[in-house]
Design a protein around this ligand. Structure first.
Ligand SMILES: Nc1ncnc2c1ncn2[C@@H]1O[C@H](COP(=O)(O)OP(=O)(O)O)[C@@H](O)[C@H]1O
Ligand SMILES: [Mg+2]
Length: 460
């Protein structure tokens, strides 16, 4: 398997759903994992943030996998926000996958396949490779242009270390690279022999005098010692899912771009697992358990839960973080009611992180952060009104009002959003509470209207 190809497709799976949480830049914890009052866009909810930070620390050290965390609390108490904060504070080498539980019902694949893919997207494989490189100071570059003016260019490159000097033939591709990187005599370069990639490490100290000191940004390095040809270790991280897709012959790596990966056979996965196990034994690869986040987890059904139970036992399982706003409710696919709608054997494995309702001060700070994020200048009084709305109806509704209120202010060519702008939008767009009252009042005017028994309707 050529792992060079793998590195090039690395970035395609890191798509995060952030827009409502784009102000969140981390968990806002100190190095000792103490939550700061407000930091990285996070406000309050300190216990939950600290709990999430401790779990992350476990994920980062990579040795403790297969744990499951449940973030439980009322709607709008920052459960999803905390998960997004976790994603942001993981290093770029630790995979993080976020999904809504109901997504797995909309895939054109079985539920267990969708979950398996989610698991394998959350497990990183750090592959170590030895690469052969040339490292030395450029003595001379000669390029011969063909007499006809067109056709292949050829050339010669002379490079040296403090101990030796060698002349290499250059092909068309290498000449292009050297021109692109603007390599000239006196540069210290590194050339990957397999791919032919040239990178400039800096200018040789011996050429320091040739340079105008004011030109600033030049980095001077020593001319390398010893052999010109060296072996170096290169490390890159891919997810198990990426390896699966690239090696499933029916799909090929292009499927990673379209997202249309279809089902992957268990033969392919078994082979990959075997190969990865081999690499681990030979010291060529390490497993990095990442984080799998499943939001609104009560939407999963009993089959999914039993799959999760088993998957968590796997040697390579990631840390699973789930979120729910349900109290005692029915487990989907059964007639049983349990805490959070999760089966008791799964509940048994969980560490539960609670989110608490916000105080008015905290709500105000969150709204203020959101205004800054959306580049909205809001009067103090208007922010107070918005805070009251957040307290009386919901934080999310109050956040939703920021943009329309700002548009309203802009139309009046006013630079600041006033109480009036907020009030206008409050009148224009209903929140859930007022909308329900309205429906009750005019029930008989709606087709099939029947809202008096709301709780029964909410059952899934
Ligand atoms: N502690 C917090 N600090 C900053 N923003 C927050 C905080 N808690 C919630 N929010 C923001 O409030 C909104 C609602 O929170 P959300 O995380 O969606 O709630 P939940 O998932 O618990 O229903 C989101 O835009 C979220 O980013
Ligand atoms: Mg949520």
């Amino acid at each position: 398997m050529d792992s060079k190809v793998l590195t090039e497709v690395r970035d395609t799976t890191r798509i995060e759903r952030v827009s409502a949480h784009s102000h969140i830049r981390g968990l806002g914890l100190s190095d000792e994992l103490e939550p700061r009052e407000t930091s990285q866009g996070m406000v309050g909810q300190k216990k939950a943030r600290r709990g999430a930070g401790v779990m992350l620390q476990m994920a980062k050290t990579g040795r403790i996998a297969g744990r499951a965390v449940l973030i439980a609390g009322q709607p709008g108490t920052g459960k999803t926000a905390i998960a997004m904060g976790m994603a942001q504070s993981l290093g770029k080498d630790t995979p993080f996958t976020a999904m809504g539980a109901s997504e797995i019902f909309s895939h054109d694949m079985s539920k267990t396949e969708a979950l398996t893919q989610a698991f394998r997207k959350s497990i990183g494989v750090r592959i170590k490779e030895e690469a052969e490189i040339l490292e030395g100071e450029v003595v001379e570059i000669e390029v011969e242009r063909p007499a006809t003016g067109s056709g292949q260019k050829i050339g010669k490159l002379t490079i040296k270390t403090t101990d030796m000097e060698t002349v290499y033939d250059l092909g068309q591709k290498m000449i292009e690279q050297i021109t692109k990187e603007k390599i000239i005599a006196g540069d210290v370069v590194s050339i990957d022999k397999a791919s032919g990639r040239v990178s400039k490490l800096g200018r040789s100290f011996t050429r320091a005098r040739d340079f105008d000191a004011s030109s600033g940004s030049v980095r001077f390095v020593q001319c390398p010692e010893g052999e010109l040809e060296k072996r170096k270790e290169v490390v890159h991280t891919v997810t198990l899912h990426e390896i699966d897709v690239i090696n499933s012959r029916a799909q090929g790596y292009l499927a990673l771009f379209s997202g249309d990966t279809g089902e992957i056979t268990s033969e392919v996965r078994n082979q990959i697992n075997k190969k990865v196990a081999e690499w681990r034994e030979q010291g060529k690869a390490d497993i990095i358990p990442g984080v799998l986040f499943i939001d609104e987890v009560h939407m999963l059904d009993i089959e999914c839960f039993s799959f999760l139970n088993r998957a968590l036992e796997d040697e390579m399982a990631p840390i699973m973080v789930m979120a729910t706003n349900r109290g005692v409710t029915r487990i989907r696919g059964t007639d049983y009611k349990t805490a959070h709608g999760l089966p008791t054997d799964l509940l048994d494995r969980l560490i539960i992180i609670r989110t608490e309702p916000y105080t008015e001060d905290e709500l105000r700070l969150i709204l203020k952060t959101r205004c800054e994020e959306e580049d909205v200048n809001m009067e103090d009084m208007a922010l107070n009104v918005l805070t009251k709305i957040a307290n009386d109806s919901s934080l999310r509704y109050a956040i939703q009002l920021i943009t329309p209120a700002a548009l309203h202010a802009k139309r009046k060519k006013s630079k600041q959003v006033s109480v009036e702008d907020v009030r206008k939008c409050y009148g224009l767009f209903m929140d859930e509470k007022r909308s329900t009252e309205y429906l009750k009042e005019y029930e008989e005017h709606f087709l099939y209207g029947e809202v008096s028994d709301r709780t029964a309707k909410m059952e899934i």
